[in-house]
Design a protein around this ligand. Sequence first.
Ligand code: ATP
Ligand code: PRP
Length: 297
Amino acid sequence: MELANHLNDRLLFAVPKKGRLYEKCVELLRGSDIQFRRSSRLDIALCTNLPLALVFLPAADIPTFVGEGKCDLGITGIDQVQESDVDVIPLLDLNFGKCKLQIQVPENGDLKEPKQLIGKEIVSSFTSLTTRYFEQLEGVKPGEPLKTKIKYVGGSVEASCALGVADAIVDLVESGETMKAAGLIDIETVLSTSAYLISSKHPQHPELMDTIKERIEGVLTAQKYVLCNYNAPRGNLPQLLKLTPGKRAATVSPLDEEDWVGVSSMVEKKDVGRIMDELKKQGASDILVFEISNCRA
Ligand SMILES: Nc1ncnc2c1ncn2[C@@H]1O[C@H](COP(=O)(O)OP(=O)(O)OP(=O)(O)O)[C@@H](O)[C@H]1O
Ligand SMILES: O=P(O)(O)OC[C@H]1O[C@H](OP(=O)(O)OP(=O)(O)O)[C@H](O)[C@@H]1O
């Protein structure tokens, strides 16, 4: 009861309570300076520095809570959003929780392509997405009866073929280790997914929601870029700035040495090795690269 009173006027932000997305979500919240202490027995944590409360929920339930407007914001896989078929706004691709929802069959069996599964038994935790896929494959209208039988299980889906309850499964694959260990191979990708920041279509706290979105965007940008500083003769700038154009533009400052400049520019982390090699070849020296801990673009 006391906690319920504390929730008044707070933006509710739904995040996965456990599982594959949990650690990354907490890291993202910490990086966004959303401060909270989660008590082990409670699935609600009041934020200590913003009028916000985190609601820890199963990843699969988050689209419903956000879609019904109970929570203004949520983080979950876009697979869960499409499975729930709710009306939410996907605000940001968070670049983690990347995997594929795939049709898998026993590696030593006769089933080689999806069409052979028509009329067979399929087990999945994603029965809506699987149904929509087979409706298309069978050429029937949404909601019309299917020849294919689709059954729900909540976890350990990969065991279904070995246990004789399914001819094929539709399950998530990242490294492929689970699929391989279960003696399965994939024959089709139904969906590629990653974690998203999602919002309600009718948020109760739109201003704070925008602030949170900007903070998270800042953390994502900081993760993607590094800051590259170097010195160079002014005459080499045209070639050098092609390599380091910056996000908006590079900062070029005069050095206390005639005809030399210092350049500061954000570059994508994934390219930094190649860019440093090229900068050196084009006459740059004293090249330094710094991690960005946070930013607001
Ligand atoms: N192997 C994986 N690699 C990357 N992302 C994944 C993986 N498995 C699941 N996900 C993502 O995480 C979401 C939640 O899946 P997860 O298996 O963690 O669910 P859960 O049932 O809530 O947790 P648990 O498995 O602990 O019961 C999925 O909908 C998907 O978006
Ligand atoms: O391709 P991989 O890297 O092996 O990952 C795939 C597995 O990860 C997920 O399950 P998880 O391990 O989260 O547990 P669950 O089966 O209880 O959902 C998913 O359901 C697969 O089983």
